[in-house]
Design a protein around this ligand. Structure first.
Ligand code: UGA
Length: 439
């Protein structure tokens, strides 16, 4: 919404949230999320045509277009627990819109949702005949965290799904005109509403599938003395395959991939498509396998015991350039290390606060240290969990001197210079390449 306000000064954009603390943060100098470039955009538009408020009723009444962006986490209870999307916030929002609206509205689904949610929303909105027309559009968001501003400013595509009725098509054109303020027309694509909803889930499933595919092969490389970086490079040179999203890692994280794939799987099961559901579910299973494999390898090469050893996690965010830790592989690894009675030290430039919240009540010995040199001192091992650029540039001679010996590095992101580290004296274990050991 900040980008729309920034690019289109003639629209008035109001962001409402029921959480007063969040809104206060959006109105302050300390925005509640870290995202490169976001602060500049918010500061340029805030108070001009971008407003943050807790007045939900007023926001609904005075707006002609309402973007619904409430969260839709995986359900933790009842039917479909652990797989289906939890739509309670969505349902509540639809009822609020119905209650407070006193003029026709265009409702835009921004949240990622199961297919056919737009229909459910339309039913809720029109269940009281109050003479108000609601047109529901699907406009999924494809930005990735860490590159959000770049992705919004220059998107590969903007997708708008609508019903094919005259009023649906008219509503769609209104939204097209908003994006056309800065996105070229050929990148604004239109579809029916179900295709749009489904495309969002499928895009994420395909992206995650690439990572699980390369990660599955990384396990084979370690056995077969092949090198995953060389394999990924050779495979990605085929233009039909392409070279993006083929970095082997300790596993993908984030709030979207797992949730959206499970959502897709649930949908397939709902339609009795068992084979299709199993196929996509395997993408998540390989990801769990990769995280577990990483952890078991640490245990195995460190002489089958981690008890009382200090182990430093380099990074806790689910990827670089964000403080977001949702579904981060580091979270899984930290908990497993605690189970093994290791003493865990976590360092991260942006995610330490979230890490401490995530691991609250986990027990064991966990400390949080901002400086990577201080964090790794006295440790037996470093495990790189996040591909922060700063890690590749650290003085590893200095780090090696301060660590317990033998010193290990497990590079869960393949971002370090492994030969050089080996030369310094480390035992080095990358992903998808043979380990380099001094014994
Ligand atoms: C993802 C999609 O990339 C966006 O297009 C989508 O809009 C978004 O979900 C969403 O549904 O909101 P995001 O979760 O922010 O974006 O981050 P990604 O860049 O996709 O990374 C996901 C995870 O995969 C990270 O843990 C990352 O480190 C990992 N990854 C990525 C790899 O392990 N290897 C790769 O080659 C690429």
């Amino acid at each position: 919404m900040a980008m729309i306000a920034y690019k289109c000064p003639r629209y008035r954009v109001t962001v409402v949230d029921i959480n007063p603390r969040r809104i206060a943060e959006w109105n302050s100098d300390h925005l509640p999320i870290y995202e490169p470039g976001l602060e500049e955009i918010v500061k340029a538009a805030r108070g001009r045509n971008l407003f943050f408020s807790t007045e939900v009723e007023k926001g609904i009444k005075e707006s002609e277009i309402i973007f619904v962006s409430v969260n839709t986490p995986t359900k933790t209870f009842g039917a479909g627990a652990g797989m289906a999307a939890d739509l309670q916030y969505w349902d509540k929002t639809a009822r609020q819109i119905r209650k407070y609206s006193n003029s026709n509205k265009i409702i835009v689904e921004k949240s990622t949702l199961p297919v056919k949610t737009a229909e459910a929303m339309k039913r809720i909105l029109t269940s009281e005949d109050n003479g108000i027309r609601f047109d529901v559009l699907s406009n999924p968001e494809f930005l990735a965290e860490g590159t959000a501003i770049r992705d919004l400013e220059n998107p590969d595509r903007v997708l708008i799904g609508s019903s094919q009725t005259p009023s649906g098509l008219k509503a769609r054109d209104v939204l097209v005109e908003i994006y056309a303020n800065w996105v070229s027309r050929e990148r604004i694509i239109i579809s029916n509403i179900w295709s749009s909803e489904l495309s969002k889930l499928v895009a994420n499933a395909f992206l995650a599938q690439r990572i699980s595919s390369i990660n599955a092969i990384s396990a084979l490389c370690e056995k077969a003395e092949a090198d995953i970086t060389e394999v990924a490079y050779a495979v990605g040179m085929d233009r039909r395959i392409g070279n993006k999203f083929l970095n082997a890692s300790v596993g993908f994280g984030g709030s979207c991939f797992k949730k959206d794939i499970l959502n897709l799987v649930y949908l397939c099961r709902h339609y009795d498509l068992k084979e299709v559901a199993d196929y996509w579910e395997a993408v998540v299973r390989i990801n769990d396998y990769q995280k577990e494999r990483f952890m078991l390898n640490m245990l195995n090469v460190m002489f089958n015991t981690l008890a009382n050893k200090r182990i430093c996690l380099f990074g806790f965010a689910f990827k670089a350039d964000t403080g977001d830790t949702r579904e981060s592989p580091a979270n899984f690894v930290a908990k497993r290390l605690v189970e093994e009675k290791a003493r865990v030290v976590i360092t991260d430039p942006k995610a330490l606060k979230n890490a401490a919240e995530d691991l609250e009540g986990v027990g064991g010995e966990i400390s949080y240290v901002e400086d990577p040199y201080e964090a790794s001192a006295g440790c037996s091992a470093i495990a790189v969990m996040t591909e922060w650029e700063i890690y590749a540039g650290l003085d590893f001679e200095r780090i090696y001197r301060s660590m317990a010996k033998p010193a290990f590095i497990f590079d869960g992101r393949n971002i370090l210079d492994h030969e050089k580290l080996y030369g310094i004296g480390f035992n080095v274990f990358p992903i998808g390449k043979p380990g380099l050991t001094h014994f």
